[in-house]
Design a protein around this ligand. Structure first.
Ligand SMILES: Nc1ncnc2c1ncn2[C@@H]1O[C@H](COP(=O)(O)OP(=O)(O)OP(=O)(O)O)[C@@H](O)[C@H]1O
Ligand SMILES: [Mg+2]
Length: 383
């Protein structure tokens, strides 16, 4: 049996790149994180904490580790982190009942599925099993399923307390064909006295307008760094993961507002190295090292164009795709301490280059061209 841990360590063996060691803090100006644990204690505590970690109870009955995203999936609406407005709306529905048809829309890993499941559990309690129909993109949700399975479920009689309705959860609803969505329109209306729908999707515009107009839209946005940090610390403490603050900062950087990604990266780093620090995180996540990219930007701004290009060449030769490089570059520029107008210019040019890369022109020359645009912008600003 291949365990989660085995899979991760195989992945590390395959990777031959060794990101350089950087001795300075990664994000000196953008994070003002308050860590309760003093930094000095780590070097002496690691051995003890590792032995404590091995006694943690994250193994399933089969002996392999349960993904922490599932183990720590909130079961109550109030435990969902971030998106305070959306969560408070859902809390009111969970308390008062009479759930409207809902569309939860937002980026991946922000808690949409978790919210719907928690809401359905809170509304229906022990009746959950018979009163909830859950369909996601892995199920067939073509027009036949809407006509048969969904309609049959809507017609089914289930005794529920006043103010409670059967719930049909259509997760990843943006992957439903428009034909299937059309077939849902009338069903939603006819059975509205006994059945309510909850749709989750990444892009609300992929839900046809008639369905949108029948639903209350709850928008989720990317989670803030502090929100992710709080959750990471909670999970790390529960699992007795030894970490240094810079390690969690690096995870937050790689997660980019996606809690699922953050937790997975935390678990992968712990599984691979048993210690969460900056270096280990970037080895596991296999993204261009932000400090390397930051140096590139600094070189351009300081007029050392050749150095910037050779930094870029190093990354390119390491095998990072232009998309990887430009994504990290964008995040670095967004937080770089520089004149506002220059930052906007850099971001605009990065956006254009990203668009060209997405169109298929992802060459080294394209990235070099971007650095030269940066250079020109700096020279123009100075003139
Ligand atoms: N807001 C949150 N608070 C706490 N944990 C969260 C939150 N968002 C995501 N998670 C964690 O990430 C996991 C995945 O979240 P979830 O399935 O709700 O994401 P999603 O928004 O439905 O993403 P997708 O659009 O990819 O389906 C959860 O099991 C949970 O552990
Ligand atoms: Mg989901």
């Amino acid at each position: 049996m291949v365990t989660f841990e085995d899979q991760k360590s195989q992945k590390f063996q395959k990777r031959e790149r060794k990101p350089e060691r950087f001795g300075v803090s990664l994000f000196p100006c953008h994070f003002s994180l308050q860590f309760e644990t003093p930094r000095v204690s780590y070097s002496t505590e690691v051995g003890r904490e590792i032995s404590m970690a091995s006694s943690s109870s994250s193994l399933s009955s089969h002996g392999y580790e349960i993904p922490w995203v599932e183990k720590f999936r909130p079961t109550k609406v109030k435990d969902i982190v971030g998106n305070a407005d959306a969560v408070s709306r859902l809390q009111v529905i969970a308390r008062d009942g009479n759930m409207p048809n809902l569309i939860l829309a937002g980026p991946p890993g922000t808690g949409k599925t978790t919210s719907i499941l928690a809401l359905a559990h809170e509304l229906l309690g022990p009746s959950y099993k018979e009163a909830v129909l859950e369909l996601n993109a892995s199920d067939d949700r073509g027009i036949d399923v809407v006509r048969n399975k969904i309609k049959m479920f809507a017609q089914k009689k289930v005794t529920l307390p006043a103010g409670r309705h059967k719930v049909i959860i259509l997760d990843e609803a943006d992957s439903m064909t428009s034909g299937a969505q059309q077939a849902l329109r009338r069903t939603m209306e006819i059975y509205s006295n006994s059945t309510r729908f909850a749709l989750a999707c990444n892009t609300s515009s992929k839900i046809i307008e008639p369905i949108q107009s029948r639903c209350a839209l709850v928008r989720f946005s990317r989670l803030s760094d502090d929100e992710i940090l709080g959750r990471l610390k909670f999970v790390a403490d529960s699992e007795k993961v030894p970490y240094v603050p810079e390690g969690l900062e690096a995870i937050i950087f790689t997660a980019d507002g996606d809690m699922r990604q953050g937790l997975n990266n935390l678990q992968a780093t712990y599984a691979g190295f048993r210690f969460v620090n900056q270096e280990n995180v970037f080895k596991v996540c296999d993204q261009p090292h932000p400090l390397h990219v930051k140096n590139m930007v600094r070189n351009v701004i300081d007029g050392r164009f050749d150095d910037a290009c050779s930094g870029l060449k190093q990354l390119y030769d390491l095998g990072y795709s232009p998309t990887d490089i430009i994504t990290t570059l964008f995040r670095i520029i967004k937080n770089y301490d520089m004149a506002e107008y220059l930052k906007l210019e850099f971001m605009k040019e990065t956006g254009f280059a990203h668009m060209r890369i997405c169109d298929g022109v992802g060459s080294y020359l394209q990235l070099c061209g971007l650095l030269s645009k940066f250079s020109i912008a700096c020279l123009t600003a100075k003139a």
